[in-house]
Design a protein around this ligand. Structure first.
Ligand SMILES: [Fe+2]
Length: 346
């Protein structure tokens, strides 16, 4: 049975109020296919150490997430193995069921189970049990017929999760920071765009035209690639507070999608789960797309990690804003409406 983790850990780097607000959200823990049968996966969320395993490999939803804490010794569960869905701790001789109950010694306390769900190929956890926000539907992430689905291994950046999300949605930096991949320094001006609300106030959408200077073409025909300028439409969705999608529309009618899901590991550390999908070259290798994505992120990471203050200021007067920052301003207001900002420590 899932239990509620109501209090921040003693070593929490977050303001306690921010921690409780963040604990009542779904956060990505791991790609489901990365949870190897028989083994456990250690991870950290909101300064809490968790451990994840799969209780039944044949079932898409049979994951178990617990606090990484042995109730008997107070140590972690690092040496445990999973046998027939049961977690066995060789150091204590105890075994635990998927609901956390101690099977070998039923009178003893069990493991502290965290509520989870599986969506978009990712195991998500909610420490508070009930989430204040739902996850985006984005059903195309399950489409393996008309889309080639790809992903990167989870990334960890030394920045707050909100800085990472804001950077993903930022269009003002494209021409300056991404000149090694797609940025077009000759066309730095970003037109003011209209910001639309997503249905139900779930977030924001906007689109801009952007003249990408290709370092390589998105098709296999590299002869048309290097140096060529392509007029793209960049279609952004921000599903509050930490899920983002970018759909790139190419002139030939094809699309490339990037999904950025980020989790607050600690106040100044986040974990990024990135998926990509394309509706062209379905039979081709994922490697060129994954490699380009890695190189784009390598351009972003040092800049985002160097941003000060580490948490984005929620007072809009604190940073200079230009027309291309309309999303940023709305995002900061939304985070403040969520109750964060003591100061914002995510
Ligand atoms: Fe970027």
């Amino acid at each position: 049975m899932s239990q509620v983790v109501a209090q921040p850990p003693r070593a929490s780097s977050f303001d306690p109020t921010d921690w409780r607000i963040l604990a009542a959200l779904w956060h990505p823990l791991a790609f489901a296919e990365d949870v190897a049968p028989g083994q456990t996966l250690a991870l950290r969320l909101l300064d809490l150490d968790l451990r994840l395993w799969c209780a039944a490999p044949a079932s898409a939803d049979a994951f178990v997430t617990v606090l990484d804490l042995c109730p008997l010794r107070g140590s972690n569960l690092a040496g445990c193995r999973v046998t027939d869905g049961v977690l066995v701790n060789p150091h204590t001789g105890r075994s635990y069921a998927a609901d956390g109950a101690c099977l070998s010694h039923p009178a003893e306390g069990g493991l502290y189970v965290v509520r989870h769900r599986v969506t978009h190929g990712i195991v998500w956890g909610c420490l508070a049990g009930e989430s204040t926000h739902d996850l985006p539907a984005w059903p195309e992430l399950a489409d393996t017929v008309t889309l080639k689905q790809m992903r990167l291994p989870p990334l960890e950046w030394a920045c707050s999760v909100s800085r990472e999300i804001e950077n993903f949605m930022d269009v003002a930096h494209l021409s300056w920071l991404h000149t090694g991949t797609f940025g077009n320094r000759e066309r730095p001006e970003i037109p003011a765009y209209q910001l639309e609300d997503l249905p139900g106030g779930a977030g924001y959408h906007f689109a801009i035209r952007y003249p990408r200077r290709s370092v390589e073409a998105h098709t296999e025909d590299s002869a048309t690639g290097a140096g060529q300028v392509e007029d793209l439409t960049l279609d952004y969705d921000l599903h509050l507070p930490f899920c983002t999608r970018l759909v790139i529309h190419f002139p030939d009618g094809t699309h490339y999608r990037i999904y950025n899901f980020a989790a607050p590991v600690s106040r100044r550390r986040c974990r990024i789960f990135m998926r990509m999908a394309r509706d062209f070259d379905l039979g081709g290798s994922a490697e060129p797309s994954e490699d380009l994505q890695r190189r784009v992120l390598a351009e972003d990471q040092p800049m985002v990690e160097a941003q000060r203050p580490e948490e984005i200021p929620l007072d809009l007067t604190e940073e200079f804003h230009i027309a291309a920052d309309r999303l940023s301003a709305a995002y900061r207001r939304a985070l403040r409406d969520l109750g964060l900002g003591h100061p914002l420590s995510s």
